[in-house]
Design a protein around this ligand. Structure first.
Ligand SMILES: C[S@@+](CC[C@H](N)C(=O)[O-])C[C@H]1O[C@@H](n2cnc3c(N)ncnc32)[C@H](O)[C@@H]1O
Length: 374
């Protein structure tokens, strides 16, 4: 089973210290009420609230405790499935400049650092500058507080120059970076012009946004413009073609929000019992990769019907609902049942036309899980 929790052992201690909270306070109305408020605003699409919550300290402290912790695995989910992209980055660069646009309390800054600390500790020395940009003074104050606690708890990040800038990310995008991340920021933008993509001078751009059809459809033109400008896509599409999703569909991924005990405690108290937290994510880079149309991203968990298996797969060109009938189950195609949603599988099909048109995986189709690095 793929491990998706890369938070360090003293994660909670660091977080509570940075936010000025005492243990146990996460289960009081100081935190629970703002969580309810934020949750309702997002469910109802309350535009007024969505434009003001980030300037409200009480709401953003609760966001930092609950939503920030919950969001981090989304980045881990994507980068852990692209070890080649990270290897290329580290092989080609001696010193890295990373920017997080609309950083809020620093969600993806900390997520990336914790991931590297867990999986690439020897490469941490190459991270030289991390810039967090946010137009909310409340967020910039919180991200600074968390940074002061971070370097106290984790000496391995002390060599990094952290810059926290109160500004619109659009003003900061033109600089040279190695990696730019957008976390739940683009969907908040009223400006749908994508001209900024042409100004990006970076090796990697990652985008993580709320999981729903509206956001996914809004991001498709962004994906297209990256493709037009000859960027490579590493997640979710195995190849760079026009997205085959229909206009009422979206490329679903989810993390288990209960992987972190802090989220489990708060969710239990708040009666939020759905373990699945959906997201839309993209990873673009300047590094080419070896994928081809026999490589399929697994888009759904396994559905079993009378011991047959069904799952949605996409090779970047065709999206299919693939079936392995009970009588066709073999050692050869067993990985179809074992792969996790989000993995890429290689299907060496005897007849690939048959796979696409009949959406049936046969006895002799040899399947390998490509992204299993666990
Ligand atoms: C939903 S929060 C996400 C925070 C963090 N990236 C995360 O994913 O947890 C969106 C953040 O984007 C910031 N934001 C929205 N539009 C922005 C803009 N044009 N320039 C800078 N920051 C912006 C907001 O202030 C807010 O902190």
């Amino acid at each position: 089973m793929r491990k998706i929790d890369f938070s360090p052992k003293n994660y909670e201690e660091w977080l509570f210290k940075g936010l000025g909270l005492k243990p146990g306070e996460e289960l009081t109305s100081r935190i629970l009420e703002p969580i309810f408020k934020l949750n309702h605003a997002w469910i109802d699409g309350d535009e007024t609230m969505i434009s003001v919550y980030k300037f409200d300290n009480r709401l953003m402290v609760a966001y930092s405790l609950y939503y920030m912790t919950m969001q981090m695995p989304k980045l881990w989910f994507m980068i852990d499935r692209n070890p080649q992209m990270l290897d290329d980055l580290f092989n080609q660069k001696e010193s890295l400049h990373i920017a997080d646009m609309g950083c809020g309390p620093g969600t993806y800054i900390w997520a990336l650092l914790f991931y590297l600390y867990a999986k690439y500790p020897r490469q941490l020395g190459k991270i030289s500058v991390i810039k967090g940009v946010d137009h909310s003074n409340v967020c910039i104050t919180l991200v600074r507080q968390l940074f002061h606690a971070l370097v106290e708890f984790f000496p391995q990040f002390q060599h990094i120059e952290f810059q926290f800038i109160e500004d619109n990310w659009q003003n900061q995008i033109k600089e040279k970076y190695d990696w730019i991340n957008f976390g739940n920021t683009i969907n908040e933008s009223d400006d749908n012009s994508l001209l900024w993509v042409k100004e990006v001078d970076a090796e990697i751009v990652s985008v993580i946004e709320p999981g729903n059809t509206k956001t996914f459809q809004k991001l498709l033109p962004l994906r297209s413009i990256f493709m037009e400008m000859n960027w490579h896509i590493h997640f979710p599409c195995p190849t760079s073609h026009e997205c085959p999703m229909s206009s009422n569909n979206w490329c679903h991924f989810h993390i288990n929000r209960f992987a972190n005990p802090l989220i489990q405690r708060i969710s239990n108290k708040a009666s939020r019992l759905n373990s699945r937290h959906h997201f839309v994510g993209y990873m673009f880079s300047r590094f080419s990769h070896q994928h081809n149309s026999d490589h399929w991203r697994v888009l759904s968990t396994l559905k079993r019907v009378k011991r047959s298996g069904i799952r949605f797969l996409c090779n970047g060109q065709s999206m299919i609902e693939a079936v392995v009938n009970r009588k066709d189950k073999t050692e050869c195609n067993k990985p179809f049942f074992q792969a996790q949603a989000g993995d890429v599988i290689h299907i060496n099909a005897k007849n690939s036309d048959c796979l696409i048109h009949k959406q049936r995986i046969t006895k002799n189709d040899a399947i390998t899980v490509l992204t299993d690095t666990s």
